[in-house]
Design a protein around this ligand. Structure first.
Ligand code: ADP
Ligand code: MG
Length: 525
C-alpha cells in the first residue's frame, strides 16, 4: 500500500499530519580527536573511587590513588606533551612492532601514526604500536576510566542492560541527548508494578558550574557526584549500588590487524563453517591466528573488479567505528580472493528482524535505527558514500548492536543486473530519485535509503513496495507516493523516515541531524 504526498519538503503530508521540521543541533564529533593539549593533572588525594571490579566486564575499574607512577623518561626527551592513557582492554601483540596492553594499566603515547594506531610506552619502558580505541586518556575528569560509564548506549540499550542485571541499585552513566550532558540510569524494584523498573536522571549543571541530580546536593565533578550517590540515595529512588560494566565481553575490532597491514596471510586463516552466501560468493566463519573470530568472504572469479577493490580496501580499513563492520584486510595470494572482516554472530539485520517478528520491543527497533544512523553519521563525516544501505547489508553482533556492512562495495560489482538502474537486481526500492534517474550518489541519497531501512526495521523485515515492480516504484515515487506508516512506528518515528524521502537531496536531513532527532525520540518516548 502506498500513501500519496505532496512532492515538496515545505508541505509534506502523510495520512493525517504535516511533518514538522525540527530544530536540531549538528553534532560534529571527530573520532580520536581528544584534546591532547590539555595538561594532565593528577590529585591523588582528591578522590578515591573504590568499586568492585566484575570479571565478566571489560570496563575497567579504577583506583587512581593506587596507580604506579610511570618510570622516568630517558634524559633529554621532552615528555611535556605526551599523553598518559589507560588501557580499557587487554591487547595481545600481533606483529613485532606491537606493544601488549593490559587492562587498567597506564601507558604514555609517544606518537600518533594515524587515528587508529599509536606508538606507546609501557611502565617498563617497552615501546610499540597499539590500537587507539583500546585506550583512553588517563585523567580523573575523563569518564571513560570509570567502570560505570558507557559512552555509546541508547536509553533502550541501557534499559536492556539493567534488566539483564536486575539488581536493586544497578546503574550506569551514559551520554545524554544534549551534547555534553549525562544521564544516570538506575534499576529499582521500588517503582510501582506497572512501571518500568528503571529510572533515568539527567545530571544537570548549576549556575555555579557544579553538577547535581538533586538540587540539594551539588558537586564539582560527575565522579564526585556518583561517589556521593553510591553511598547516599540523596533524592534518587535508591543509592547507586552496583556499577554495571560495558555490554558483553567482546573486544572492539581494530582498524586492520596492525598498522598499515592490509594483506592477510592465508595460512593464518582457519575456516570453521559456512554462514551465508552473497552476490560475490560464500561467507565463512573463521579464525585468524586461531584466536580472532572473523568472517571470510570468498570472491568468485569474474564477480568483482578485484584490483580496484584491493586499492580501495587500503582506504576502507581506515574507516573504523563501533557501528561499522570492520574490514580487517584481504587475502590475495590465491584465487578466490578473500575479504576478511569482523564476525557478527547474529547475521544479517533483515534475517534477524524476520526471525523475531512480534518479539522485538519498539524501543529495541528504535535502538537499531540509532545504531545504523550513528555509523552513517561517521561515514558522512568522512565523505564516504555507502550506495547500498539496506537491512540486508547490516549485521547484528552478539550483543545485538547493529553495524553497517558492505559500504561502497557496489562500485566493484561486475554484474550488470546489479549496477544498471534498469537491471533486475538494482536496489530501486532503496534508491533516491536522483539515483535511479541519473546515477547521482551522495550522503543524501544514503539518507533516502536510511529512511527505507527504518521502514524495514519497523515492519520487522517486510519488503518495501512488495507488490510493485521496480518500474512501478519509479513511477510512484516520481508522482510523490511514499511508503505507508508501519503500525509499530509511532508518528514521531514515521516523520523521521518520511523526512528522508524528500524529492530533492537538499531537502533531506543530514545523518548528524537524524542522530539527534532519533536520540530525542528515544529519550522522550
Ligand atoms: P553480499 O556480498 O551479497 O553483500 P553478504 O555480505 O550479504 O553478501 O553476505 C551474505 C550472508 O553472509 C549475510 O546475509 C550473512 O548471513 C552472512 N555474513 C556476511 N558477512 C558476515 C559477517 N561479517 N558476520 C557474520 N555473517 C556474515
Ligand atoms: Mg550484502
Amino acid at each position: 500500500m502506498l500513501c500519496l504526498s505532496d512532492n515538496t519538503i515545505q508541505s509534506i503530508f502523510c495520512c493525517c499530519c504535516s511533518v514538522q521540521k525540527r530544530q536540531v543541533r549538528t553534532q560534529m564529533n571527530l573520532e580520536n580527536d581528544g584534546d591532547s593539549s590539555e595538561e594532565y593533572t593528577w590529585h591523588p588525594k582528591q578522590l578515591s573511587y573504590v568499586s568492585a571490579h566484575k570479571n565478566r566486564s571489560n570496563r575497567v575499574c579504577v583506583q587512581p590513588s593506587q596507580r604506579k607512577p610511570l618510570p622516568p623518561l630517558p634524559q633529554g626527551e621532552d615528555h611535556g606533551e605526551k599523553i598518559r592513557v589507560m588501557a580499557l582492554y587487554d591487547f595481545l601483540p600481533r606483529e613485532s612492532c606491537n606493544l601488549a596492553l593490559k587492562r587498567a594499566e597506564e601507558y604514555l603515547i609517544l606518537e600518533k601514526y594515524n587515528p587508529h594506531w599509536w606508538k606507546a610506552r609501557d611502565q617498563t619502558g617497552k615501546e610499540g604500536l597499539i590500537p587507539s580505541n583500546y585506550v583512553t586518556e588517563y585523567k580523573l575528569t575523563n569518564l571513560e576510566i570509570y567502570e560505570w560509564y558507557h559512552k555509546n548506549v541508547t536509553r533502550n540499550q541501557a534499559e536492556d542492560l539493567l534488566r539483564q542485571e536486575s539488581k536493586e541499585g544497578a546503574f550506569i552513566v551514559r551520554d545524554s541527548r544534549c551534547l555534553g550532558a549525562y544521564t544516570i540510569s538506575v534499576y529499582s524494584r521500588m517503582r510501582r508494578n506497572d512501571e518500568v523498573p528503571i529510572k533515568h536522571y539527567q545530571i544537570k549543571s548549576h549556575d555555579s558550574g557544579q553538577c547535581y541530580v538533586s538540587e540539594r546536593y551539588l558537586f564539582p565533578s560527575i565522579p564526585e557526584l556518583i561517589e556521593y550517590h553510591q553511598h547516599n540515595a540523596g533524592g534518587l529512588i535508591t543509592r547507586l549500588r552496583y556499577p554495571v560494566g560495558s555490554m558483553g565481553n567482546c573486544l572492539p575490532a581494530t582498524a586492520g590487524f596492525s598498522y598499515e597491514k592490509w594483506e592477510i596471510d592465508q595460512s593464518e586463516l582457519t575456516f570453521i563453517k559456512e554462514v551465508g552466501k552473497g552476490q560475490f560468493g560464500v561467507v565463512h566463519l573463521g579464525k585468524w591466528r586461531s584466536h580472532v573470530l572473523v568472517a571470510i568472504k570468498a570472491i568468485n572469479e569474474g564477480t568483482m573488479s578485484e584490483d580496484d577493490f584491493i586499492e580501495e580496501a587500503k582506504v576502507m580499513m581506515k574507516l573504523s567505528h563501533s557501528r561499522l563492520v570492520q574490514l580487517y584486510g584481504v587475502c590475495i595470494q590465491q584465487k578466490p580472493l578473500y575479504i576478511v572482516t569482523e564476525f557478527m554472530e547474529n547475521g544479517s539485520l533483515l534475517h534477524y528482524l524476520r526471525e523475531r517478528q512480534g518479539r522485538l520491543r519498539r524501543g529495541m527497533l528504535l535502538s537499531m535505527c540509532q545504531d545504523v544512523c550513528e555509523g552513517m553519521e561517521y561515514l558522512e563525516r568522512n565523505s564516504f558514500i555507502h550506495r547500498d544501505l539496506a537491512a540486508r547489508n547490516c549485521l547484528v553482533s552478539a550483543t545485538c548492536i547493529v553495524k553497517i556492512s558492505d559500504f561502497g562495495m557496489t562500485r566493484y560489482v561486475l554484474d550488470d543486473e546489479y549496477i544498471s538502474s534498469s537491471g533486475a537486481m538494482f536496489p530501486v526500492k532503496w534508491s533516491a530519485p536522483e539515483v535511479f534517474h541519473f546515477n547521482k550518489y551522495s550522503s543524501k541519497s544514503d539518507v533516502w535509503s536510511f529512511g527505507i531501512l527504518m521502514w524495514e526495521v519497523f515492519t520487522e523485515g517486510k519488503m518495501p513496495f512488495a507488490k510493485e515492480s521496480n518500474l512501478q516504484v519509479v513511477e510512484a515515487i516520481s508522482k510523490g507516493f511514499r511508503l505507508y506508516r508501519p503500525y509499530l512506528a509511532p508518528m514521531t518515528v514515521y516523520e523521521v523516515m518520511y523526512s528522508c524521502w524528500h524529492e530533492k537531496p537538499e531537502g533531506r536531513p543530514t545523518f548528524a541531524e537524524l542522530t539527534q532527532v532519533l536520540t530525542d525520540i528515544a529519550e522522550t518516548g
